[in-house]
Structures are given as structure tokens and as C-alpha cells.
Write a protein that binds this ligand. Structure first.
Ligand code: RB5
Length: 150
């Protein structure tokens, strides 16, 4: 499994925690930045990680900003991305099982490092259940089709 990881400055320290955790678990990842605590714009990173996942270059993405909100909204603008902002393990599991989320968003200013690691663990080990959930995820793709411009 290959994971695209990214954050703005507000999620920089949490991204570091997540990368160390992935390394410990021998999970392959690429860091899409940012690379210091200097201020950057979260849409740039959300878009980059979203595009890499949507293109199939990575199996999943994990993105962080201060709240997880701005970067998840940005990633979700890329067709094919289903980014889920999670602050608990129940939502992380459901976002995989029901929504087939392919990007996990976390808020550094909202949750602690230990909870973030548990959420990542839960999210990565949960599988999409398909069935009625598949029909609903297909409907999300149809919404994207309706508004696709190019
Ligand atoms: C940056 O200050 C902050 O706005 C950003 O990290 C994020 O929380 C936006 O949603």
C-alpha cells in the first residue's frame, strides 16, 4: 500500500507524527509537503494529494491542517476523491466501510497525537463493505459527472 501524505503549516507537526507512525508500521508513503512550519495555503496541498490519489498513483491519502476542514474541502474538489475528516475511530471505520473514503483528513489543533494514530490505524485496517453502500458511492460519482466541466 502506498500513501500520499500532506499538510499545511497548521498540520505540519501532526503530519510528522503520522509519518513516523507509518514508518514504524513499514507502510510506504510519500510526503507532499509542506516541509517546514512556514505558512502555506492548504488548498495547494489538498489538491496535490487529491490528484495523486485520484490518478491512482497512491492507494490512499492522509492530509492534515489545523482543523482538517480546509484541506479536506480542497481535496474533495478533485473528482474521485472522497476525503473524510475524522476526529474519532467510529467515523474513521465508517468512512471506509460505508463511504469508501480514499483520503483521511485530521485536524492538528483538534485532536491529540495518540488519538490521531488510533484513527489512522482504524482507517487503514477497515475495508469498504460495498452492497448498498456501493450504490451510494456510485451516486457521489454521478454528482461529480453532472458538474464536470472538462
Ligand atoms: C491555518 O491557519 C488554518 O486556517 C488551516 O490549517 C486550517 O485549519 C484550515 O481549515
Amino acid at each position: 500500500m502506498k500513501i500520499a501524505v500532506g499538510s499545511d503549516h497548521g498540520g505540519f507537526l501532526l503530519k510528522d507524527v503520522i509519518m513516523k507512525y507509518l514508518k514504524e508500521k513499514n507502510i510506504d508513503f510519500t510526503d507532499f509537503g509542506c516541509f517546514s512550519k512556514d505558512s502555506v495555503d492548504y488548498p495547494d496541498i489538498g489538491q496535490a494529494v487529491g490528484e495523486a490519489v485520484a490518478a491512482g498513483e497512491y492507494d490512499k491519502g492522509i492530509i492534515c491542517c489545523g482543523t482538517g476542514i480546509g484541506i479536506s474541502i480542497s481535496a474533495n474538489k478533485v473528482p474521485g476523491v472522497r476525503a473524510a475528516l475524522c476526529g474519532d475511530c467510529f467515523s474513521a471505520k465508517a468512512s471506509r466501510e460505508h463511504n469508501d473514503a480514499n483520503v483521511l483528513a485530521l485536524g492538528e489543533r483538534v485532536i491529540g497525537a495518540e488519538l490521531a494514530k488510533m484513527i489512522v490505524d482504524t482507517w487503514l485496517s477497515s475495508e469498504f463493505q460495498g452492497g448498498r453502500h456501493g450504490r451510494r458511492v456510485e451516486k457521489i460519482a454521478k454528482i461529480e459527472e453532472k458538474y464536470r466541466r472538462s
